[in-house]
Design a binder for this molecule. Structure first.
Ligand code: KG4
Ligand code: ZN
Length: 342
């Protein structure tokens, strides 16, 4: 019976992720051991449009979710009957895309008579680091930087978060995507700028570092406007130099604030999470800063930074242990937020 499940190191959770443009399924044991992880990306489907088209995303999830789940089970080498619970992103994300995963996860949980666990996608990004380094010790300063969020979070314990700072306008990933589109560098923008920046001079243009010495919040929309104004005034400027200088400005603000926050809360280390955590300069500068400050710098592997279902299964395992199964009347919640303590 589902209500009698004891959650321990052998509890096997199937994770499902369909909140945006990746369809993913993974099997994770004990919240730590990734037994299989399959990610099917829709990048090519959206590339011509320069961004994610919600309707196309939902249809693509519908087409590939069943095969992706089947592959995750086959690659794990375990029988489906061995699965103890099904975890799925319930938000935040695109409503149509979320609904595909949530409906599938609930159906599987019902069919197998196992618990359903609704997972907050942002909380799952926090857990991607624990999958690769379970020895991380609290309190931690987590920098969550994705296409929709930019947050500094004090993680005091499992499930216990305090919001230290966040963006007051564009998310860091959104700024990367918008600037890349403006420079015609391709889609998705973050990796395109990362690559162009390798060829450019980060000191070629001194773009503004908004709110650098002012609290822990961020603002990136002025930086984006400043890049556009500069390029309009200097049409012959090298795109590589603009990309490198823009990236340097974003990373400078992110790392300066994360470092200051980590010192203030006495964090044992800084952990990166979210798609922008795949950025080469951000990774290098974070490690450098942590080395200088004598704290741990933890960078999940690039495939673990971007959306995947292993992090959903891991976060689901922790939620199941702390809160038990999620009622089946909980649906997709597009604007779901993380719960913070004061
Ligand atoms: O976490 P994620 O996969 O999806 C969301 O939950 O938003 O993050 C996607 C974001 C996009 O804005 C993408 O451009 C950015 O992460 N990104 C990067 C890099 N790789 C992905 N940004 C900067 N440098 C990268 N290498
Ligand atoms: Zn994400």
């Amino acid at each position: 019976m589902t209500s009698e499940l004891s959650v321990d190191d052998s509890t096997l959770v199937l994770g499902i992720e369909t909140s945006c443009d990746e369809t993913a399924a993974a099997l994770v044991m004990g919240g730590l051991d990734v037994v299989s992880s399959v990610v099917s990306t829709q990048i090519e489907l959206h590339a011509d449009f320069g961004g994610v088209v919600p309707e196309i995303a939902s249809r693509a999830h519908l087409e590939v979710l069943n095969p992706v789940v089947a592959r995750a089970i086959v690659e794990s080498g375990v029988e489906a009957e061995r699965i103890d619970a099904v975890a799925c992103t319930v938000g935040p994300g695109l409503i149509g895309a979320l609904l595909v995963g949530v409906s599938a996860a609930k159906s599987l949980a019902l069919a197998w008579d196992v618990p359903f666990i609704g997972v907050n996608h942002m909380e799952a990004h926090l857990y991607s680091s624990f999958l690769e380094d379970p020895s991380l010790e609290f309190p931690l300063l987590v920098m969550l930087v994705s296409g929709g969020h930019t947050m500094l979070i004090e993680m005091q314990d499992h499930g216990c978060y305090r919001l230290v700072g966040q963006t007051i306008d564009d998310a860091a990933g959104e700024a990367f995507d918008k600037v890349a589109r403006f420079l015609d560098l391709g889609y998705p923008g973050g990796p395109a700028i990362d690559e162009a920046a390798l060829r450019g001079d980060p000191e070629a243009i001194r773009f503004p570092r908004a709110m650098l010495n002012d609290g822990y919040n961020f603002s990136f929309s002025g930086l984006k406007t400043s890049v556009m104004n500069y390029v309009r005034k200097h049409p012959d400027v090298s795109s590589d130099d603009v990309a490198a200088s823009f990236q340097a400005a974003v990373v400078d603000v992110l790392v300066t604030k994360a470092r200051r926050a980590a010192a203030e809360i006495g964090a044992t280390g800084i952990v990166l999470g979210g798609g922008v955590a795949a950025n080469s300069l951000l990774r290098e500068e974070t490690l450098g800063a942590c080395g200088e400050d004598g704290i741990q710098g933890f960078l999940p592997s690039r495939s673990m930074c971007t959306d995947n279902a292993a992090m959903i299964a891991a976060a689901g395992w922790h939620r199941l242990r702390s809160d038990g199964p999620t009622p089946l009347n909980v649906g997709a919640i597009p604007n779901l937020r993380l719960s913070f303590i004061d």
